[in-house]
Every structure is written in C-alpha cells, then in structure tokens.
Design a protein around this ligand. Structure first.
Ligand SMILES: *Cc1c(COP(=O)(O)O)cnc(C)c1O
Length: 377
C-alpha cells in the first residue's frame, strides 16, 4: 500500500497529459510559455482572486511576498510552531525574527488565543523589535480561523500571509483558500493536494502594486526590460511543462477533493468509538470549513506501538511533524526551550498521519481502519 498514490491519478489522465506536454515540446516555450499564463488565469478563477503569480515552489511563494514588503533584520514575523520548516525558514533567511505561535490541539492551527499569548511574549523574546506580520498556516488542508485572524492583524497592524501550501482547494465560509488573507502562497509539490511533476508554487493577491513587485522579484528583480534590474530578486519561475501538467490536473481536481473528503468521512465514522474510548482523536473540521485533506492526522496514545503494528500489516504512516519549529536546531538562536509552546510539543509527540489520497480503495481503507482498531481493542 502507498502512503500517497500518484500513479492511479496519472493512469486516469495520461493520454491528455501526454498531449499537453507534447504541445509544450512542439512550441518550445519552456520558460514562461503560454501555459503559464493560462494556468495563472485559471487559478485566479478557481480561488476568486485578482492576481496569481506562479513560481518555482511553495517556499519561494512565501519568500517573495516577504521580499516585496522589505522584511529584514529589524522585523518580527509571527508563525506557528507546528508546521513544515519552510514557513519559518523564509523569515530567518531574510534575517528577520520569528515569534512562534502555539496551535490549537483540535484544529492544529493558530487561534486568536494563541496569537494573543504570543504577542504577550514579544517584548521579552525580541526586545526593541516590532511585529510586522503573520504567516498563518492551514495545516493538513484545514483553513485557520481567518475572521479572528483578520481582527488580530488589524489590532496590531500586521499583514497576514496565508501559507496555503497544504490547503489549495479547501474553503472557509464558502471562500476558497488562497483568497483568505491579503497575500497567499501555495505549493504544487507532487504530494500536495494539487501537485505537479516537480516543484511548483503560486502567490495570490488582490493588490496590483504588490503583484507587479512579485513579478519583478520572480525574475531577478527585473525592471522595464530584461537587463534593467530595479531590485534584488530570485530565479523563481514555474516551468512551462509543470504549468501544462497542472492545467490537466486541475480538470479533475474538484472531483478528487470530493474523493478525499469521502475517505476522510469514512475514517472518521469508522474510528468514532476509539475516539469515545479516548485512544485516539480524529481530525475536527469546523462546520464552516471544507478541508483539502493534505493529510489525515490522528492524535494517538502509544504512537510507536501503533506505527509498528500498522507497519507489520504493510500500512504506511508518516509523522508530520516530529520536531516543532521552536525546538529546531536551526532556530536555536531564538532561545526557545521545551515547555514554551506545550500544544505544539504535545502534537509532535503524539500525531501520526495515515494514507490519504483520492484513489485509496475501499479495501485499503478497511485494512487501515481494521489495523488501527485491532491495536486498541
Ligand atoms: C510544502 C510546504 C511548504 C513549502 O512548499 P515547497 O513547494 O515544498 O517549497 C511551505 N509550507 C507548508 C506548510 C508546506 O506544507
């Protein structure tokens, strides 16, 4: 059994994928060819945003807005402690300081309460520095609570960058992820809900000035012409071939979202009594949200035992994430210690993700469910 099965999807659309890719080989516009703009416009339509700028990967999609806003050594950016490394890495790369925010153990996301708790630590953690913005993550595909995040950001005059690397396709009060903050970043890494066959990403916003800056940053800070550079930038373009792959995958994406949601609903239903008995916690999705199910993640008792038990039956598992960001070696200069962000630490010690993809067969689902049930009962 695979943790993520990209082959089943490819078999389904192989013929049309081949045609799309062959078209790129025919016209030869490998860099910023017509498929790139076509994709950006379709992504805008999908997300309900004004501007979409595709780029080389999700990390660049986070880095470019921070570059565009001139984030640097005197700035503090808030970010969750329980996330993928890239969320906080981009802050450190620019010499800015991260103020880590604990997450809610039910949604795995930051909340108004944990944000306020972090702000109380600002002057102690980063004396003399000003908080400029927040990177909010929609972990495992579930949007964070953007109504309260919006109010929080207004109160402290912060920008909000939505890290939607795992949540493309999800929604919050009927609004699509990638439109939930003033700037949003997503990733098309193969294992993400919408993935290409290599690295890819995109930034979304409604602000034309910001969009033009991002566009310049994407190609070495270029100005009016190729050899006039207005600022320092990156080489962060999305390959035309990857845009072609994404265009084809987008045609079946909504159906795949439904399929993921079916798998999740079945897991949750069939594991309900283990939740009641207190052995595990299944994901909790607030009523006004639809998750894109980048991961289906359990909080479990005796994690090592469960993983070993499942592995014996050839059921793969993953731990996202074993080390919370504030305890990562790379961030040791920030001076956090164990106990600072207890929810994130608890999650790192007790979460496990089980297979989740649109093409997970009923018999594989049953095997996974039975495997977990057998361990606890
Ligand atoms: C995957 C991921 C990223 C980075 O995306 P890449 O395309 O791998 O660079 C950033 N943030 C989160 C939360 C992610 O899961």
């Amino acid at each position: 059994m695979d943790f993520i099965d990209l082959k089943a999807q490819q078999e389904r659309i192989r013929a049309s994928l081949d045609k799309r890719i062959a078209k790129v080989l025919d016209h030869g516009g490998y860099i910023l060819g017509p498929e790139v703009q076509e994709l950006e416009s379709k992504l805008n339509n999908y997300c309900g945003t004004k501007f979409c700028l595709s780029c080389a990967n999700g990390t660049d999609a986070l880095l470019m807005p921070l570059l565009a806003m001139g984030i640097g050594p005197n700035d503090v950016i808030l970010a969750p402690a329980f996330t993928f490394f890239a969320t906080a890495e981009v802050i450190g790369l620019l010499g800015a300081k991260t103020l880590f925010v604990d997450v809610d153990p039910k949604t795995f996301n930051i909340t108004n309460k944990t944000l306020e708790a972090a702000m109380e630590m600002l002057s102690k953690k980063h004396p003399g520095l000003k908080a400029r913005g927040l990177i909010s993550v929609n972990l495992f595909g579930l949007p964070a609570d953007y109504d309260s995040i919006g109010k929080f950001c207004q109160k402290y005059n912060l920008f909000c960058l939505e890290d939607a690397a795992q949540s493309f396709g999800s929604s919050y009060h009927g609004r699509k992820s990638c439109s939930l903050a003033s700037i949003s970043a997503t990733s098309f890494f193969p294992a993400k809900p919408l993935g290409c066959y290599g690295d890819g990403g995109a930034v979304f916003c409604d602000d034309e000035d910001l969009y033009l800056k991002l566009k310049s940053i994407r190609v070495h800070g270029q100005g009016q012409s190729k050899y006039h550079n207005e600022r320092l930038g990156l080489n962060a373009r999305l390959d035309t071939i990857q845009a072609a792959v994404l265009l084809e995958k987008l045609t079946i994406f909504d159906e795949e979202l439904d399929l993921r949601n079916n798998v999740a609903a079945r897991y949750t239903e069939q594991l309900r009594d283990l939740v009641k008995s207190g052995f595990i916690q299944t994901p909790i999705i607030p009523e006004h949200c639809i998750s894109s199910w980048a991961q289906y993640t359990l909080i479990v008792k005796n994690r090592d035992g469960l993983i070993q038990h499942l592995n014996k039956s050839d059921i793969p598992t993953m731990i996202y994430y074993v080390v919370p960001m504030h305890l990562q070696e790379a961030f040791k200069d920030l001076g956090y210690i164990k106990g600072d962000l207890p929810n994130s630490e608890m999650l790192s010690d007790s979460v496990v993700s089980i297979p989740m993809h649109p093409y997970l067969t009923l018999s594989d689902q049953d095997k996974i469910i039975a495997g977990i049930r057998a361990f606890y009962t």
